[in-house]
Design a protein around this ligand. Structure first.
Ligand SMILES: Cc1cc2nc3c(=O)[nH]c(=O)nc-3n(C[C@H](O)[C@H](O)[C@H](O)COP(=O)(O)O)c2cc1C
Length: 382
């Protein structure tokens, strides 16, 4: 097996092992994918400032997120249907995060349920919430997350309706899904994937099973999810969520300083600067280009997390230098799930940790607090 040295190696392995429709689902952005591409292109433009002759022998990449110690400033973000990259994918990712000492976020539209992950890990994780039309269902979800000892609730606010991904429609992965002949061919060519998924706990949206009365199986649940995204979502709903959820709240999907101020006013513990990995509003700016303005707009009471395009520890350093307290990743760890399950995710995390550590040393930083705008060659706006 090829030696894995970077996230791209994991991506290549995942591409070979995961059936085409599910790999494309991870890769894609919405519409013309301009925002997806901007996330990477704008990160790559930021130059790190090389510093020399600084004693960097004793380095510490640990820090805190929401007041809890983390081994380095990273969390695994919510990724729907991770359990279709590999059987029990959510459990595998949660275990790798736990071992690495960083948070894992379970998506509302995961394959393994809240209870599956809680039972398998026996440790707190974060739960990501979509507020759907059926508020009784949403209340239940929040209460289930609390009962499972989830340590934070991440409310995603950038999906009142679903952006279109062309490949998902072409692959029959839309809502409702339809299995195309070429999907079956692609699956039959990946017997280990099939065996793993068939042996997994579930093949459909675990958090929804049994809830949608009279419905079971992927198609009807997917139909229900598709019809449930709520276009009326507004800031008042955050008050309602807070009346049920007593723990730390993270608001995810902020891309504008004015929205960042409103998010901070809700009393949320943190917000995530994010454009949903370029999967929602195509034509929106890259996450990294909006990060400095958003970090400036919110006070110190709200932690600013960042996601969108992170594929290396150098990318993490760029975001930390521009005001992020910590980073989230989506695709970078999901490639690990597809490539090698728990050890693939562990590898992805370790790659990012080592790259961050090395890049900190070469920019003269010994601790996460040493990182700042001075770590970059010049400000992003120049
Ligand atoms: C396949 C896929 C599924 C996703 N599902 C969710 C989801 O269920 N809930 C959510 O809040 N964000 C979801 N996201 C967005 C991620 O949490 C994150 O914002 C994004 O992936 C960050 O960009 P990156 O993939 O370049 O790291 C998803 C992203 C991908 C790639």
């Amino acid at each position: 097996m090829k030696t894995i040295t970077c996230i791209e190696d994991l991506r290549q392995q995942a591409r070979r092992k995961v059936p085409r429709a599910f790999f494309d689902y991870v890769e894609a952005g919405s519409y013309a994918q301009q925002t997806l591409q901007a996330n990477r292109a704008d990160l790559e433009r930021i130059k790190l400032r090389q510093r020399v002759m600084v004693d960097v022998a004793a380095r510490d990449v640990s820090t805190t997120m929401l007041g809890q110690r983390v081994s380095f400033p990273l969390a695994l973000g919510p990724v729907g249907m991770t359990g279709l990259q590999r059987g029990n994918g959510e459990i595998l990712a949660a275990r790798a995060a736990l071992t690495a000492g960083i948070p894992y976020t379970l998506s509302t539209i995961s394959i393994c349920s809240i209870e599956d992950v809680a039972r398998a890990t026996g440790a707190p994780f974060w739960f990501q919430l979509y507020v759907m039309k059926d508020r009784g269902f949403v209340r239940d979800l929040i209460e289930r997350a609390a009962a499972a000892q989830c340590s934070a609730l991440m409310l995603t606010v950038d999906l009142p309706i679903l952006g279109q991904r062309h490949c998902d429609l072409k692959n029959g992965l839309a809502v409702p899904p339809s299995l195309k002949f070429r999907n079956l061919v692609s699956m039959s060519g990946r017997p280990r994937w099939c065996a793993g998924v068939l042996a997994g706990k579930r093949w459909s949206f675990g958090n929804l099973e049994g809830y949608v009365s009279g419905k079971s199986g992927a198609q009807s649940l997917a139909q229900w999810v598709g019809s449930q995204f709520d276009a009326t979502l507004n800031w008042k709903d955050v008050e309602w969520v807070r009346s049920i959820w007593r723990g730390p709240l993270i608001i995810k999907g902020i891309l504008d300083p004015d929205d960042a101020k409103l998010a901070a006013q809700t009393g949320a513990s943190a917000l995530v600067v994010s454009n949903h990995g370029g999967r929602q509003l195509d034509g929106a700016p890259s996450s990294i280009s909006m990060l400095p303005k958003i970090a400036d707009a919110v006070g110190s009471a709200t932690e600013v997390f960042f996601d969108g395009g992170i594929r290396s520890g150098q990318d993490m350093l760029r975001a930390l230098a521009l005001g992020a307290k910590a980073c989230l990743i989506g695709r970078a760890y999901v490639y690990g799930v597809g490539a090698a399950g728990e050890s693939g995710v562990a590898k992805a995390i370790e790659i990012l940790r080592r790259e961050l550590d090395t890049s900190m040393a070469l920019t003269g930083c010994k601790t996460i607090d040493d990182i700042g705008p001075h770590t970059l060659c010049r400000s992003f706006e120049d």
